[in-house]
Structures are given as C-alpha cells and as structure tokens.
Ligand binder design. Structure first.
Ligand code: FES
Length: 112
C-alpha cells in the first residue's frame, strides 16, 4: 500500500525502516520524520503524515507480535506516538481505522 504518494513510500518501506530503527540501542521515537529520514527521503507536502503515523503504529504492533522487535520497545513507542498524535488527524486514524484492524494492545508503558 502506498502511504506517501509524493515520495512513493509504501507500508513495506515503513516496516523495514521500523525494524532497523527499533533495533538501534537508543531507538528514537519513530515519527514519520524519523522514518522518512531513515529512508533518505524528506517530506514534501506532509499530507501523508496522519496515515504515516497510523501505519507506523500498526506496523509496530505487527512486528512485536511476530517477535521481530521487542514488545516493550514497541509498546513504549506506541504510547509516545499516541501522545504526540493527540488532537490531530493521526489520532483519529489510529482510533478509527478505515480498514479492519487486528486486536490492539494497550501500550504497556505510558510515555513521560
Ligand atoms: S504525500 Fe507524503 S509528502 Fe506528500
């Protein structure tokens, strides 16, 4: 699925970037900016930001379930992403997904 039409970034590109980012010792919060920078891209119109946040949130869930990333790191990142997305269109996409989502776990840790 294309997430960013300006830069032709797919959900698979985001998934691969998340695996690499969340495997870093001091993994940064995987915001769209961090993920796009990791992919050596720079946002153009930012119209994809809400969908990118929602995709990142979902991919973290999937990667933790597969055991590819640490569930603790994933839950921490999701909690921080939700906090950053508060009162934005991204929060609505995360909470009211247009597609059927799998069971969602609550973040184990609240970001400070
Ligand atoms: S749609 Fe992603 S930068 Fe424009």
């Amino acid at each position: 699925m294309i997430v960013c039409s300006c830069l032709a970034i797919t959900d698979e590109d985001i998934e691969q970037a998340l695996v690499e980012i969340l495997s870093l010792p001091d993994a940064p919060l995987p915001t769209p900016g961090i993920v796009y920078r990791h992919l050596r891209k720079k946002m153009v119109c930012c119209g994809c930001s809400p969908l990118a946040v929602s995709t990142i949130y979902d991919k973290i869930d999937q990667l933790a379930e597969k055991g590819v990333v640490c569930p603790y790191a994933g839950a921490t990142a999701q909690g921080r992403l939700l906090k950053c997305a508060s009162d934005t269109p991204a929060q609505k996409l995360i909470e009211h997904a247009p597609v059927v989502r799998r069971r969602r776990r609550k973040p184990a840790i609240e970001a400070v």
